[in-house]
Design a binder for this molecule. Structure first.
Ligand SMILES: C[S@@+](CC[C@H](N)C(=O)[O-])C[C@H]1O[C@@H](n2cnc3c(N)ncnc32)[C@H](O)[C@@H]1O
Length: 270
């Protein structure tokens, strides 16, 4: 007979992951599991647990196995059609919220929204703002729409490549984006969680800066006077992104560090 605690202790997975998979299979809370860890597993539930365990042992990210990831305190549905939202992206959301909070009718554009993590979080934190989000991937937009509906966020979604997705003449107070920025051929693309995430969400297929070139070059036509653009980028890309912003005529160009001290977000104002 296999008891719950036997599975938690057998060491095939880190205890935290084994516990999360058990909670998923049993549909119970963490505290229930702690209080009932001497209960036996039925053969059926054990089989269900082993199936999830096998996926994890094959390297599949926990977020895809569980179908969700927490971001900005909200539970986002995720599927292999979208990038798994990263904690460091909360820096971009915090910056956006600091610029928009309390400004009635402020308009925000999130380019390449994926799961909708950025756009939905801004819309929830700033309900007076009007938030538009785009993505090239229809599958990603389906996930983003599902998240907006489940979390009660009002976001207007448009499919298409960067600004081409938008109605002609539509302009914004703030544009944000966390575009694909891993250079083609980077060995990280074939390692860890990244092996399971959509390539289009990770790499621009070029030197890692192509999306910034397009987003920054097109921003002037899509920003209101005094509007701002902030983008997330990879470690070590900050100087190149600031140069693109400065060459495009942005003022007060600067970069912001994440909690690890890495310059992660750069932006400026028109
Ligand atoms: C790094 S992911 C970011 C997803 C989400 N914003 C986040 O931060 O979790 C980049 C997103 O950009 C989208 N994307 C890639 N190329 C695009 C393009 N040309 N136009 C619009 N979106 C694009 C991808 O489909 C993907 O959802």
């Amino acid at each position: 007979m296999t008891r719950l605690r036997d599975l938690l202790r057998e060491g095939r997975l880190p205890t935290l992951e084994a516990r999360m998979l058990l909670q998923e299979v049993l549909q119970v809370s963490r505290s229930w599991l702690v209080a009932h860890d001497d209960e036996p597993m039925s053969a059926e539930l054990l089989e269900a647990y082993r199936a999830l365990e096998a996926r994890r042992l094959a390297g599949e990210p926990m977020a895809y196995i569980l179908g969700r990831r927490e971001f900005m305190g909200h539970d986002f549905f995720v599927s292999p059609a979208v990038l798994i939202p990263r904690p460091e992206t909360e820096l971009l959301v915090d910056k956006a919220v600091s610029l928009v909070a309390g400004r009635d009718g402020a308009s925000v554009l999130d380019l390449g929204t994926g799961s909708g993590a950025i756009a939905v979080s801004i819309a929830l934190a700033c309900p007076q703002a009007s938030v538009v989000a785009t993505d090239y991937s229809f599958e990603a937009l389906d996930v983003a729409r599902r998240n907006a509906a489940a979390l009660g966020a009002k976001v207007d979604f448009h499919p298409g490549s960067w600004y081409e997705a938008l109605p002609e003449g539509k302009v914004f107070d703030l544009i944000v984006s966390n575009p694909p920025y891993i250079p083609v051929g980077d060995p990280h693309l074939t390692q860890g969680d990244l092996r399971f995430e959509p390539e289009m969400a990770l790499s621009d297929g070029q030197d890692g800066l192509d999306a910034y070139r397009q987003i920054i070059a097109g921003a002037r036509a899509r920003l209101k006077p005094g509007g701002s653009l902030y983008v997330e980028h990879g470690m070590g890309q900050d100087a190149a992104v600031r140069e693109l912003l400065e060459n495009a005529g942005f003022r007060e160009v600067h970069s912001l560090p994440d909690l690890a001290g890495i310059l992660r977000v750069s932006g400026g104002h028109f």
